[in-house]
Design a binder for this molecule. Structure first.
Ligand SMILES: [Zn+2]
Length: 111
């Protein structure tokens, strides 16, 4: 059993668990036992593996490059990806022979 934290409001050590909440019997304060830690969005590839900035990924389907006749072929390796929160594409990258481009995490897998 891990020791429950003291009440953040009155520092009473008698807080008890009530479901997902902690309750202080002394001041009545309620708070969440596992306050979600502020972390960035988790990016996952087509296989559900977590992706990180700087990863190398492989494209898993032919992707047309918007506004051009270029196609990023299946199996293209993309080095040094940058994860981004902008728009519906979440990977910023540069592809040899094509240049800067945006990809979706669902169309890549970690190499
Ligand atoms: Zn309290």
């Amino acid at each position: 059993m891990s020791q429950l934290p003291a009440c953040p409001k009155c520092e009473s050590p008698y807080a008890y668990e009530d479901g997902a909440m902690l309750v202080c019997p002394e001041c009545g304060h309620e708070w969440s036992a596992n306050e979600p830690v502020e972390v960035g969005k988790v990016y996952r590839d087509a296989n559900g593996n977590e992706l990180q900035d700087g990863d190398t990924v492989t494209v898993i389907k032919d992707l047309k490059v918007k506004g051009s006749s270029l196609v990023v072929k299946v199996g293209t390796k993309v080095k040094n990806i940058r994860l981004t929160d902008e728009g519906d594409h979440d990977i910023d990258c540069k592809i040899d022979g094509i240049g800067p481009m945006k990809l979706k995490t669902e169309f890549v897998k970690k190499a």
